[in-house]
Design a protein around this ligand. Structure first.
Ligand code: SF4
Length: 303
């Protein structure tokens, strides 16, 4: 398949440089994400996510445990970013997301890592928890593109995104892969310290879908579009039905939805009795039936 990533048009026209300028300007009184902390990250101040102007990366390597259309034979070129704009009590990577473990890299160095991931045969550049580093990451993409990067970029995020920032990513990101963690406001507040998560994530996913549409898979590889993840929590604590209803009724019944069954309590989850166990298979089957009943049919077992 002949494929040219979206960002090449903006690189060729030079518009990507204007976007980078606008994104960096947002760091001066940071409103990159919905927390809108207002700190001057360019002067070394830190807000909720504990990130300043430095790009901190935990790892950049081929990864084979993502969704099958991202992995193919060559793997997904994952770049794990340190820090996070959510505080999930069940975080699986708390040392990285909350503890900030990782190494400082310049956008130029990360661009070279992206080119390395392309050289070793990865099918995409998969930016994991990218939100708070959007300006630095777009700069890396522009540098890498000018040196020959031609892979689609995956924006693999928590769904807690600012629509204004997403608009500056229009035409740069080929695949949006947001979580839709909660359909229930109380859970979002209690487990992720984000009482506005439900509405914020809906607006973000609407914007993402408007930009890229449903997921396009050709030759078993994802090239473009929206891939939504929903992590099943025990005791219906994720509000799964509300999430699935939103996707089916307001986004598209052709949405690719990975309903994830891998929740295991970790970090501070044991302090919350109702989420201190994995979900049961019966709970998973109920949610799969809900999805099928709503007309969703991609991304989960559809027997
Ligand atoms: S990116 Fe970080 S500093 Fe900026 S608004 Fe979000 S949490 Fe606050």
């Amino acid at each position: 398949m002949d494929f040219e990533p979206s960002y090449m048009a903006l690189v060729d026209s030079g518009e990507i440089d204007e976007r980078i300028e606008k994104l960096y300007a947002s760091l001066e009184k940071c409103e990159i994400c919905p927390r809108k902390c207002g700190v001057n990250r360019l002067q070394g101040e830190m807000g909720y996510c504990k990130a300043d102007a430095n790009l901190v990366v935990s790892s950049a390597q081929p990864h084979f445990w993502e969704e099958a259309p991202l992995v193919g034979l060559g793997g997904s070129g994952t770049v794990f970013l340190s820090n996070c704009n959510l505080r999930c009590v069940y975080c699986q990577n708390s040392e990285i997301s909350h503890g900030g473990e990782g190494v400082s890299m310049t956008p130029e160095q990360l661009a070279d890592s992206m080119l390395y991931l392309q050289r070793v045969g990865c099918h995409n550049i998969n930016l994991v928890t990218p939100t708070h580093y959007t300006p630095q990451l777009v700069r890396s993409i522009a540098i890498a593109a000018r040196k020959g990067l031609r892979l689609p970029v995956v924006y693999n995020c928590s769904g807690y995104e600012s629509v204004e920032t997403l608009k500056l990513l229009d035409g740069i990101i080929d695949i949006y892969m947001p979580d839709m963690k909660y359909g229930d406001v109380e859970s979002a507040k209690l487990y992720s310290d984000a009482p506005d998560y439900v509405e914020v994530s809906k607006d973000a996913v609407r914007e993402m879908h408007a930009q890229v549409g449903d997921l396009v898979i050709e030759m078993d590889i994802a090239w473009h579009g929206l891939l939504i993840r929903h992590l099943l929590l025990p005791n219906e604590r994720a509000g799964s039905l509300k999430v699935l209803e939103f996707i089916a009724n307001e986004i598209s019944k052709d949405s690719y939805v990975n309903i994830m069954f891998q929740y295991r309590p970790s970090y501070e989850a044991f302090e919350f009795k109702e989420i201190s166990r994995p979900p049961f298979v019966e709970e998973y089957n109920v949610v799969l039936d809900m999805a099928r009943g709503l007309g969703l049919h991609r991304g989960f077992p559809n027997l």
